[in-house]
Ligand binder design. Structure first.
Ligand code: NAI
Ligand code: MG
Length: 490
């Protein structure tokens, strides 16, 4: 299959700068790094590389904007209008943003254009609506006192995001932080800085005052770590891998920063014999191959009840083999390229490991073409839950099919991982569905569906998938702190 790049129609690709204090500037060191198109391996452009001195400038700008700027004096109504306006601008520029996202990530244009970008716009509008609803309480304390609470912003918030949904992850972080009145320093992933930088321009256009949003592309151990350690940063929000979350937690301890972590997963997708099998097959395919499997919530452990195994697998393999993979700019493409050569090698390494561990490869298992980082949709059957391919996050288009006998067996196996981000159950039995929803240790449980998310409903992990809940009103808890005020009435 030829991987041919269609013309970019809307996006303008230019060298990336750092967005600090409302200005676009080079790094203090003058260094830049390349960002690469994963579908071709070609360099898209060069981007200024932030390191500790730039992070310090960005944090100072955010501090100044928080303490002195007009941001803190805006009414909640006016702040809400600005946050909402960012959403409108994302929607107005959806074609262009979708192209930037496809260039930087290799994901299919139809996903970027109809999922990532609209959800990002929606997220800003949703939190724009919250600014006027962040309320305190009056509390019936003993004695002649009037006691009330106010919810105040945390201050300067540092946010570190991954490369799998670059603009959407920026929206999940920036929108609630702004709605709560914070100022932000956002570090996009080094693989995917372009849409975040464009978001910086749209924030300016929306009327976000200088210094309220700062965007500092750079690498994790340098720029990311400097942000986590900075004493003037009041909170860190992170999405990425477990080992990085652990490092961030260690580094945040020095300054006792509150952190929220959304980490990886190895989510069970459980198909009972009494399920609508065609729907379950579709859900299993979408659950693992959406975004090339580069999803923290990917349904990467597929539990199939013994007595439907053969029928189910026949349908699953047939679908996996016929997914359209190739040029991510082709609107027909269903599965694109992995983010980088390094990541492709990691995924191919897991495929090799699966063979060595004795799992049965029944679909995929190889690259597509030699240009770009495409890996064919891969299915391993007869996987044992103890194998490494069943325990470790692969973050690619590789599903481990694990047989099970009954409810007790599958609940035990499902929970026997370090992760707890999501889980799904396919059955027509309503009691069984809700019973499992309680027994599965996961922050999200889907029943007869997969990968459904909405800005209004909380998302986050149990166990080593992290802590803190993003989205919905729960995100307000991440970005506010509560003050108790006492008045003597005697
Ligand atoms: P990562 O967790 O290292 O990177 C995510 C973000 O953290 C990036 O912006 C990176 O620059 C930053 N970062 C890295 N080290 C840091 C540090 N010491 N201090 C502060 N920030 C730091 O993930 P990576 O290396 O890109 O991918 C490795 C694996 O992580 C993937 O194969 C996948 O399994 C998992 N992953 C999970 C994601 C999720 O959504 N839960 C997203 C991306 C990756
Ligand atoms: Mg890393």
């Amino acid at each position: 299959m030829a991987v041919e790049q269609k013309k970019i129609k809307h996006a303008v690709v230019k060298p990336g700068k750092l967005f600090i204090g409302g200005e676009w500037r080079d790094a203090v060191s003058g260094k830049t790094f390349e960002t690469v198109n994963p579908a071709t391996g070609d360099v898209i452009t060069h981007v200024a590389e932030a390191d500790a001195p730039d992070i310090d400038l960005a944090v100072q700008a955010a501090r100044k904007a928080f303490e002195e700027g007009p941001w803190g004096r805006l009414t909640a109504h006016d702040r809400g209008r600005i946050v909402w306006r960012i959403g409108d601008l994302i929607e107005e520029h959806a074609d262009e943003l979708a192209e930037l996202e496809v260039l930087d990530t290799g994901k299919p244009i139809r996903e970027a254009r109809y999922i990532d970008i609209p959800m990002a716009a929606n997220c800003f509008r949703y939190y724009g609506g919250w600014t006027t609803k962040i309320e305190g309480e009056t509390i019936p304390v003993a004695g002649p006192f009037f006691n009330y609470t106010v919810r105040e912003p945390m201050g300067v918030v540092g946010q570190i995001i991954p490369w799998n949904f670059p603009l959407l992850m920026a929206a999940w972080k920036v929108a609630p932080a702004l709605a709560c009145g914070n100022t932000v320093v956002l570090k996009p992933a080094e693989q995917t800085p372009l849409s975040a930088l464009r978001l910086g321009e749209l924030c300016q256009e929306a009327g976000v005052p200088d210094g309220v949003v700062n965007i500092v592309p750079g690498f994790g151990p340098t720029a990311g770590a400097a942000l986590v350690k900075h004493p003037e940063v009041n909170k860190i929000a992170f999405t990425g891998e477990v080992a990085t979350g652990q490092e961030i937690m260690r580094n945040a301890a020095e300054t006792l920063k509150p952190i929220s972590l959304e980490l990886g997963g190895k989510s069970p997708n459980i198909v009972f014999a009494d399920a609508d099998l065609d729907a379950a097959v579709k859900g299993a395919i979408m659950g693992i191959y959406f975004n090339q499997g580069e999803c923290c919530a990917a349904g990467s452990r597929l539990f199939v009840q013994d007595n439907i195994h053969d029928e189910f697998m026949e349908k699953l393999v047939q679908r996996a083999r016929t997914l359209r993979q190739g040029d991510p700019f082709d609107p027909e493409t269903q599965i694109g390229a992995l983010i980088s050569e390094e990541h492709m090698n990691k995924v191919m390494g897991y495929i090799e490991l699966g063979r060595r561990e004795g799992a049965k490869l029944v679909a995929g298992g190889q690259r597509l073409g030699e240009k770009g980082y495409f890996v064919r949709p891969t299915v391993f059957d007869e996987v044992d839950n103890a194998m490494r391919i069943a325990q470790e996050e692969i973050f690619g288009p590789v599903v481990a099919v694990i047989p099970f006998k009954d409810v007790d067996d599958v609940v035990q196996k499902s929970n026997a991982v370090i992760y707890g981000l999501a889980a799904a159950v396919w059955t027509r039995d309503i009691k069984k569905a809700h019973t499992l929803a309680r027994q599965l240790k996961a922050g999200t449980v889907w029943i007869n569906t997969y990968n459904v998310l909405d800005t209004t409903s909380p998302f986050g992990g149990y166990k080593m998938s992290g802590f803190g809940r993003e989205l919905g009103r729960y995100a307000l808890d991440l970005y506010t702190q509560v003050k108790s005020v006492w008045v003597d009435l005697s």
